[in-house]
Design a protein around this ligand. Structure first.
Ligand SMILES: CC(C)(COP(=O)(O)OP(=O)(O)OC[C@H]1O[C@@H](n2cnc3c(N)ncnc32)[C@H](O)[C@@H]1OP(=O)(O)O)[C@@H](O)C(=O)NCCC(=O)NCCS
Length: 143
C-alpha cells in the first residue's frame, strides 16, 4: 500500500468510495467537491495496485486544522488502512480536530487509539438529528 496525493483521474473512484461510505445524512462529497478539495486542500489517498482503498481530507488552512473526512472502501476495512492514513497526517500537524457521530464506534475507537480526546458534544449536529463528538489531538501531549 502506498500513500500519495490524489490527482484528477482519482475523482471517479473517490466518489464511488464516498457513496459506499456515507449516506445522505452525512453529507457525502460530490465529484465537484472532490475536484475542489484535490486542488485546494490537503488530501492523501491509500492505493494498492492502482486501486484507491481510502482517503483522508484535511482543512489545513484553519488556525485549528481539521480532519474533514476519512473513509476506507468497505472491502478494505479492518486491515489498517485508516491507521496508515492517520499515522501519516499526525506526523505532519501539531494539532488536529474533528467531529464524529456518537454512533460511529469504529471511527471513535480509531481516533481514541491515536490519542484524540473528546472535548465537546455537539447536539443534533447531523441532518438525521444525531449528535457529534468534537475531538482534539495535540502533538505536544505525545512527545
Ligand atoms: C472508520 C473507518 C475509516 C476505519 O477504517 P479501517 O481502515 O477499517 O480502520 P483500521 O483497520 O485502520 O482500524 C483502526 C482502528 O479503528 C478501530 N476500528 C476499526 N473498525 C472497527 C470496527 N468495525 N469496530 C470497532 N473498532 C473499529 C479499531 O480501534 C482499529 O484498531 P485495531 O485494528 O487495532 O483494533 C472505516 O470503517 C470507514 O470508512 N467507515 C465509514 C466512513 C466513516 O465512518 N468515516 C469516519 C468519519 S468521522
Amino acid at each position: 500500500m502506498t500513500l500519495q496525493k490524489p490527482n484528477l483521474t482519482d475523482i471517479k473512484a473517490l466518489f464511488e468510495l464516498e457513496s459506499a461510505s456515507f449516506d445522505k445524512f452525512n453529507s457525502p462529497l460530490s465529484k465537484r467537491a472532490f475536484r475542489y478539495h484535490i486542488d485546494k486542500n490537503f488530501m492523501l489517498v491509500a492505493k494498492e495496485n492502482g486501486e484507491i482503498l481510502g482517503y483522508i481530507l484535511i482543512f489545513a488552512y484553519l488556525k485549528a486544522p481539521r480532519i474533514y473526512s476519512l473513509a476506507v472502501s468497505p472491502k478494505a476495512r479492518g486491515k489498517g488502512v485508516a491507521k496508515a492514513l492517520i499515522s501519516e497526517v499526525l506526523s505532519l500537524f501539531e494539532s488536529l480536530r474533528l467531529e464524529v457521530r456518537v454512533d460511529n464506534v469504529a471511527a471513535i475507537n480509531l481516533y481514541k487509539k491515536f490519542g484524540f480526546k473528546q472535548i465537546k458534544t455537539l447536539s443534533k449536529y447531523y441532518d438525521d438529528g444525531c449528535d457529534a463528538l468534537e475531538m482534539l489531538w495535540l502533538k505536544r501531549e505525545f512527545k
